[in-house]
Design a protein around this ligand. Structure first.
Ligand code: ZN
Length: 309
């Protein structure tokens, strides 16, 4: 009587699948980051199946019935996000924990790619990310791993000309307007602040300053700036230009060009570049001279791996 067995199996499956169109509601979601700096915008992808309504519990008393909710955690803490997916007859529950981190508890390097309204190139975030990652790895090789965040692209309404010529209200020298205006755009479009003791920022500006002033790259007030030609050269594979990131980042940590002219290789980070007669950073290793700056109490938090990524 073996032929009967499949019939029973089918019937049992039908019962197990519930009585609503023969489907089973499942609850599932993924979140982009399980560690997130406050204020943390929850980026959630709802992968539940066969549900018609949803109830999100954010673990702090707040709820939402949206299929894909937008939610911002403002208070640091650990929260269990619970999603109940439902149809008329069934419900399923899935939960996941997120840590919302107090930004003052960790130090990170933020990276921004600022595009003017007339930008020729709008698709080089990957180049920027790669160059920064290369620096991160090379610093790490020498014992100074900085914690870097993803590249954030900012689409500006300012034209290239405005970046170069608008008074940035930061510098007295118009040669540096491009950097000040790029920083102003970052501040206007993000939660980054000026002189933030917990975050250094690298700002790539898709504007060519070469013909305007001799500014290769520049840094102060916790921001390092990289104009278009630096990105061009990095794209072409010139590591010395990638090294300019390390150089400018060094400035944001307070490193001066101490005796560059009279030094040979050991002054690595701050003495890079074509004029210095050697390979330059990132091919030159960090020295105790650098570590004195990098590992002061003020800065060492940048180089300690924490849950801040
Ligand atoms: Zn410099």
């Amino acid at each position: 009587m073996k032929r009967i067995i499949p019939v029973f199996t089918t019937m049992m499956l039908l019962v197990a699948c519930g009585d609503d169109n023969g489907v089973t509601v499942t609850s599932l979601f993924v979140i982009e980051k399980t560690n997130c700096l406050a204020p943390c915008s929850l980026e959630v992808e709802n992968r539940s199946q066969y549900a018609t309504t949803y109830l999100w519990d954010f673990g702090n008393g707040d709820t939402s019935v949206e299929e894909i909710p937008t939610y911002v955690y403002t208070e640091p803490g650990t929260y269990t996000i619970e999603l109940t997916a439902m149809n008329e007859d069934q419900r399923a529950v899935f939960s996941k924990t997120i840590s919302v981190i107090d930004p003052s508890a960790c130090k990170t390097v933020k990276v921004f790619y600022v595009l003017p309204s007339d930008a020729e190139h709008t698709d080089r975030q990957q180049i920027v990310a790669k160059a920064v990652e290369r620096n991160r790895q090379l610093w790490s090789r020498d014992g100074a791993t900085f914690i870097v965040e993803d590249v954030v692209t900012i689409n500006s309404s300012l034209s290239s000309n405005e970046f170069l010529n608008n008074n940035d209200d930061i510098h007295n020298n118009p040669d540096w307007n491009w950097l000040g205006n790029a920083v102003n755009e970052v501040i206007a479009n993000t939660n980054v602040i000026m002189n933030d003791p917990n975050h250094k920022s690298i700002v790539f500006l898709e504007v060519d300053v070469g013909g305007f002033c001799p500014c290769a790259a520049a840094a102060n007030f916790h921001f390092a700036g990289m104009p278009k030609w630096i990105i061009d050269r990095i794209e072409q594979g010139y590591d010395t230009e990638a090294g300019a990131i390390g150089h400018e980042l060094g400035h944001t940590f307070g490193m001066p060009h101490e005796n560059c002219d009279s030094q040979t290789a050991p002054k690595g980070i701050m003495c890079n570049g074509a004029g210095s007669g050697f390979g330059g950073f990132p091919d030159v290793r960090l020295t105790n001279w650098h570590f004195n700056y990098l590992f002061t109490d003020e800065h060492k938090g940048y180089f300690v791996e924490t849950a801040c990524e």
